[in-house]
Design a protein around this ligand. Structure first.
Ligand code: GLC
Length: 472
C-alpha cells in the first residue's frame, strides 16, 4: 500500500503525462499552420483542387454590404440540432451614429434525430412545415419574401442560389441529399406543401453569414470563424487566385471547409489515441479530422475518454471502471465550459457538475478533471489559432504592399461564446504565430450571422439584381 505522500506525486506524474499527450507545442502548431497554408493553396489551384481535402469553395459572395440595403427578408438556419426561421427587417441606418438598424423576430424548431438521419425529402418537408408555421404566426403566408438559406454543410456552389451537398457532417445523414442541389430540394418541398411561396435568393454557409454580419459593423472584417458544433472558416480571397473560376478581378469569399483538414492523414502525427477513438466511433469515419479535434460535437467526448483512462489507471474516482462516465457521449461539451467557468468559485461547484454523472468527486479528483478539461480546450483553441494564422499569412501574401495590415475575424459558435478562456487563448496564440509578419489580427463576436448575415447577403444580391435590371 502506498501512503498519501507517495500517491500524490504519482497522480501528478500521470496527469502530466496525459497533458503532454494532448498538448501541441509551438513548433507543432507552426508546422500545422504551414500545412494549412499549403492545403489552402492546393484547394485554390485548378489542377490540385481534386486532391485537396480543404476544398476552398467559392461562395459567390463578392460584395460586402455597403449600408444601402433595405427590406424584409426571411432567413433560414440549418446546421445543428435546431432549425431556425427568422424574419429580418433591415431599415435605414441610424442617422445619429450611422449604426445598422435591424429588427428581427425568429423561432427555433427542433430537428428530431429521425428527421436528420432519415429520408432527405422528409427533412425538407419538415423545414417547409416549420416555415409555414412561422409565416402563419406572423400573418405572412401570402407574402412572397426573399429568402436567405444558411445551410452549414459543405456544398459545391454553382451560383449564389445553387448548392450541391458534397457530404453531410455533424451527425446529419439524411438519405438522397448528397449530390443534390439543396435549394431545389427546398423549393420542391415548399411546392409540395402548396401553402406559401417564397423567393430563395441565396444559400449561405454559416461562416460566410458570420463574416457578413460582422462586416456590417466592422468594414475591415474579412474572415468568418465558427467554433460550435462544428468548426470552419471563410475569408475574402482574390478572384485571380481562385483558379476554379474564370473571373479574375475583385474578391470573393471562400468557404474553406477547414474541418476536413487532415483527412488525407497529414495531421496523424498530431492526433492522439482519444482522437482516433472519437473518429472510429463517429458516423463519418475518417472525415472532418481537424474539426473532430476542435469543435463542440467532440470536445466533451475527448475529455470523457481521457478521464476514463485516468480512472481505469486508478488515478481518479477511486479507480472506477463503470457507471455513466463510461457511456459514450455522457460528458457533454457544455460541462467543459461550465467546469472551467466555476473553478474560481471553488470545488463544490465542480463537484455539482460531476454529480450529473454520478461521480462522487473528491477535491483531488476535481483538480484532475479541471486540468483535463483545460488541456483539451486549450489544444482546440491552439488548433483554431493555427488555422486563423494560416489565413492571416495568406491575406498578407495577397497584399504584400500593405505594411499595416489589420484583419478582423468575425466569430460565432457555442464553444467560442460559452467557454471562459477559449477566445483569449486563441487570440494570444494567433498573435504569436503572426509575429514578424506585420499583420494584426483582431476578433469580434458576430451577432447572429446565420440570421442577420444571411439576410444581408440576400439583401446585397437583391440590390445588385435591381441595379443590373436598371442598367438594361
Ligand atoms: C461543419 C460544416 C461547415 C460548417 C461548420 C460550422 O464543418 O461542414 O459547413 O461551416 O460545421 O457549423
Amino acid at each position: 500500500m502506498m501512503n498519501q505522500e507517495e500517491t500524490v506525486p504519482c497522480v501528478d506524474m500521470k496527469v502530466k503525462e496525459l497533458e503532454n499527450q494532448i498538448n501541441l507545442n509551438d513548433e507543432k502548431l507552426t508546422s500545422i499552420m504551414h500545412k494549412m497554408l499549403n492545403e489552402m493553396k492546393k484547394g485554390l489551384g485548378k489542377s490540385t483542387n481534386d486532391q485537396a481535402k480543404v476544398k476552398m469553395i467559392p461562395s459567390y459572395v463578392a460584395s460586402l454590404p455597403d449600408g444601402t440595403e433595405k427590406g424584409s427578408f426571411l432567413a433560414l438556419d440549418l446546421g445543428g440540432t435546431n432549425f431556425r426561421v427568422l424574419l429580418v427587417e433591415i431599415m435605414d441606418r441610424n442617422e445619429h451614429n450611422n449604426k445598422p438598424n435591424i429588427r428581427m423576430d425568429s423561432q427555433i424548431y427542433r430537428m428530431p434525430k429521425d428527421v436528420i438521419t432519415g429520408e432527405g425529402e422528409k427533412l425538407f418537408d419538415h423545414i417547409a412545415s416549420c416555415m409555414a408555421d412561422f409565416l402563419k404566426r406572423l400573418s405572412l403566408l401570402d407574402k412572397k419574401l426573399p429568402v436567405g438559406f444558411t445551410f452549414s454543410f459543405p456544398c459545391k456552389q454553382h451560383g449564389l442560389d445553387h448548392a450541391d451537398l458534397i457530404t453531410w457532417t455533424k451527425g446529419f445523414s439524411a438519405d438522397g441529399v448528397v449530390g443534390q442541389d439543396v435549394v431545389t430540394m427546398l423549393r420542391e418541398a415548399i411546392d409540395r406543401r402548396g401553402e406559401f411561396d417564397c423567393n430563395i435568393i441565396a444559400v449561405v454557409n454559416d461562416t460566410v453569414g458570420t463574416m457578413m454580419s460582422c462586416a456590417h459593423e466592422f468594414p475591415d472584417c474579412q474572415v468568418g470563424l465558427i467554433v460550435g458544433t462544428g468548426s470552419n472558416a471563410c475569408y475574402m480571397e482574390k478572384l485571380s487566385n481562385i483558379e476554379l473560376l474564370e473571373d479574375s478581378t475583385g474578391d470573393m469569399c471562400i468557404n474553406m471547409e477547414w474541418g476536413a483538414f487532415g483527412d488525407d492523414g497529414i495531421l496523424n502525427e498530431f492526433r492522439n489515441e482519444f482522437d482516433v477513438h472519437v473518429d472510429e466511433n463517429s458516423l463519418n469515419r475518417g472525415k472532418q479530422l481537424y474539426e473532430k479535434m476542435i469543435s463542440g460535437m467532440y470536445m466533451g467526448e475527448i475529455v470523457r475518454l481521457a478521464l476514463c483512462k485516468l480512472a481505469k489507471d486508478g488515478v481518479i474516482f477511486n479507480g472506477i471502471t463503470n457507471g455513466p462516465l463510461f457511456k459514450p457521449g455522457s460528458f457533454e461539451t457544455s460541462y467543459v465550459s461550465q467546469i472551467e467557468s466555476v473553478v474560481s468559485s471553488g470545488m463544490t461547484a465542480v463537484q455539482n457538475i460531476l454529480a450529473n454523472l454520478e461521480l462522487g468527486a473528491l477535491r483531488s479528483d476535481c483538480e484532475v478533471v479541471i486540468r483535463v478539461c483545460q488541456a483539451v480546450s486549450r489544444r482546440a483553441a491552439h488548433l483554431c489559432a493555427a488555422g486563423i494564422a494560416a489565413i492571416a499569412h495568406k491575406i498578407k501574401q495577397n497584399q504584400p504592399e500593405n505594411d499595416d495590415l489589420k484583419i478582423t475575424v468575425g466569430v460565432d459558435g457555442t464553444v467560442y461564446k460559452k467557454h471562459p478562456t477559449f477566445s483569449k487563448i486563441m487570440a494570444e496564440k494567433v498573435e504569436h504565430l503572426c509575429q514578424g509578419t506585420g499583420v494584426k489580427v483582431e476578433f469580434a463576436l458576430s451577432y447572429d450571422g446565420s440570421g442577420k448575415g444571411a439576410a444581408l447577403i440576400t439583401a446585397v444580391a437583391h440590390r445588385m439584381a435591381q441595379l443590373a435590371n436598371a442598367d438594361r
